[in-house]
Design a protein around this ligand. Structure first.
Ligand SMILES: Nc1ncnc2c1ncn2[C@@H]1O[C@H](COP(=O)(O)OP(=O)(O)OP(=O)(O)O)[C@@H](O)[C@H]1O
Ligand SMILES: Nc1ncnc2c1ncn2[C@@H]1O[C@H](COP(=O)(O)OP(=O)(O)OP(=O)(O)O)[C@@H](O)[C@H]1O
Ligand SMILES: [Mg+2]
Ligand SMILES: [Mg+2]
Lengths: 165, 158, 158, 165
């Protein structure tokens, strides 16, 4: 299983639809301060089921929807899709390619889809449970969080090992 | 179960022992159970010994030493518990030039078996990436994506 | 007393309005009382508007924008409340190259009326210092001080 | 009033006595990770009367004394002196030059001196009260603390203005 692509539209500063197609190996995301790099990492956390809005630097659920600028109107929806190659069937699904989509509307409604089939947030959590991308995994290290990996208390470090076991 | 936990601990220690001296240019890191009799309830301590220094608790490490020690733990985890991908957002911000180079070298090696997305401002890290995405903010405050070659991203040579 | 507090607030706002756009290359920062009727008990909010963006709360700023906004507040404080000296330990770590240059430019200007000690790994900041001290760790783990010329501190040009 | 020099001996990684003579203007301190740069800023905080050992990255008072390495024995004392030009008499003392010294011994004893005359910690706090270097001032911003300046709560920001008033 590996990451193939990520599509972002209306999430935070991404007013226009962008698609990132990832090669295997190391991809570097670069750009000036405030351009939207950490918003990409927030989009990944969000589509994988992150529920704590504060860890996405927001205070309300709608904070992830493009809020508008001097010359662009706010949008009504944020949508992020992430696509994995699943030809090794590491994800417990019959598909060789799996796309997870998450949408949220200004009205407060949310939608979740797996390969365009509507599902619940719980289904996404269940799907990712043993993949290494579940909650508590260290697959996404946010800005300024590198220090926190070391400063967890000793009991929490055991959870790290359990994750590995 | 207890046996799996102990086995996981040992494989993480082994992976850490392999990567730590390569990141720091020497030294070692040691994991230990706070209550060895009872691993299922015990915590885990980490002692770090930068080259030329005594083993010391994490609290007294410098900012850059902490970031490098955390990176060594992450690389060790990549070895024992591969994940479909990893995202590292400016984990190299506190490193000096020599440590950025060692970090980028290890990143390139671990990138052969793991997919790693790294957000960075450091030239040493950019230079060793397989692909570069540039994110810019247009005049009216919306993010755009540009695919870059390395020459575009590096500041003009003095 | 209330009058002095209000006067201090106004002079900090004025100093902030002067320095913020120079650090960010535009935009502005606005301080406001959470309870304007009662300044002696009130808190103070800060709204930041990076160039081309809407005014936004501090929470949604990026890592580099937060560091730059904090630097602008520090420079404003230097104007209204000079202190015998200031020590800034790697406040430029999250900045991109262009912002390091603006920061270093302002540092040089504010250094004319304040004594500022800055700990840094960034070349742009080193280049504008009046003096450089190098700190090294000998082989046996004790710190030593060397007085440097700028050429010694900068990585060899590519 | 301005800073003239700082002498460090036996404090943290400074096993040997070092003296930094500061010019007016901007002084940059540079060097590899772990070489001792932030220990200089800790030494300044300490000599000015810092009592919270955790904000000096230690857990016990003796943690500031050079603890020894593979080839150097631990020391028994840490001493830091800071010297100001006081020709404008901004510090309420008759001297044109003021040196504050702080020492601590492995035995747990501490000594404070102003111009080589023993005094108490309280005297140092009183001396610095209105100088801008007192407690709560922003004159020393430690590593990783730049973010904290912004994230204080609105009530605390008023204290910033009071400091300025
Ligand atoms: N809902 C939203 N609508 C519009 N813009 C938003 C929204 N949420 C955040 N932003 C914008 O995103 C910007 C922050 O982007 P981000 O944190 O990704 O920057 P970055 O590229 O990581 O920068 P740095 O290098 O400083 O870390 C903010 O300045 C803000 O204007
Ligand atoms: N009491 C002590 N005795 C001996 N060495 C000490 C003591 N306390 C701290 N140190 C050493 O000081 C080092 C940290 O120094 P410091 O934090 O000043 O580094 P730095 O130059 O700021 O590095 P960075 O660029 O990574 O921030 C530690 O690695 C530790 O070995
Ligand atoms: Mg960022
Ligand atoms: Mg430091």
């Amino acid at each position: 299983m590996y990451l193939k692509s990520l599509t972002i539209h209306g999430f935070k500063s991404f007013a226009q639809r962008v698609e990132l197609v990832f090669p295997r190996g190391v991809t570097a995301i670069v750009g000036p301060n405030g351009s939207g790099k950490s918003n990409v990492s927030d989009a990944i956390r969000w589509v994988l089921g992150e529920q704590n809005i504060r860890s996405l630097r927001g205070s309300a659920l709608q904070d992830v929807i493009f809020a508008g600028t001097d010359s662009r109107k706010p949008l009504g929806m944020a949508e992020v899709s992430i696509t994995f190659d699943n030809s090794d069937f590491a994800l417990p699904l019959e598909y060789a390619e799996v796309t997870i989509t998450r949408r949220t509307y200004r009205s407060g409604e949310s939608e979740f889809l797996i390969n365009r089939t509507p599902c619940r947030l719980r289904d996404i959590h269940d799907l990712l449970m043993d993949s290494g991308l579940g909650r508590g995994s260290l697959s996404v290290i946010g800005q300024g969080e590198v220090d926190a990996i070391l400063s967890v208390r000793p009991e929490e470090r055991r959870a790290l090992i359990e994750e590995v076991a | 179960s207890r046996d799996r936990l102990v086995a996981a601990f040992e494989s993480l220690q082994k992976a850490l022992s392999a990567v730590f001296p390569r990141l720091f240019g020497g030294g070692r890191a040691v994991l230990s159970w706070t209550d060895p009799e009872n691993p299922l309830e015990s915590g885990i301590d980490m002692l770090v010994q930068p080259p030329g220094k005594r083993p010391q608790p994490l609290l007294t490490l410098s900012g850059g030493e902490r970031a490098l020690a955390a990176a060594s733990l992450l690389f060790a985890i990549m070895t024992v518990r591969p994940s479909p991908f990893f995202v590292l957002d400016e984990v190299d911000a506190a490193l000096d030039e020599a440590n950025v180079d060692r970090f980028a070298q290890l990143l390139q090696e671990y990138g052969k078996r793991n997919q790693i997305i790294v957000i960075t401002h450091r030239q040493g890290t950019m230079e060793r990436a397989d692909a570069l995405f540039g994110v810019t903010m247009e005049r009216h405050g919306a993010s755009q994506l540009v695919s870059l070659r390395l020459d575009d991203a590096l500041p003009a040579a003095p």
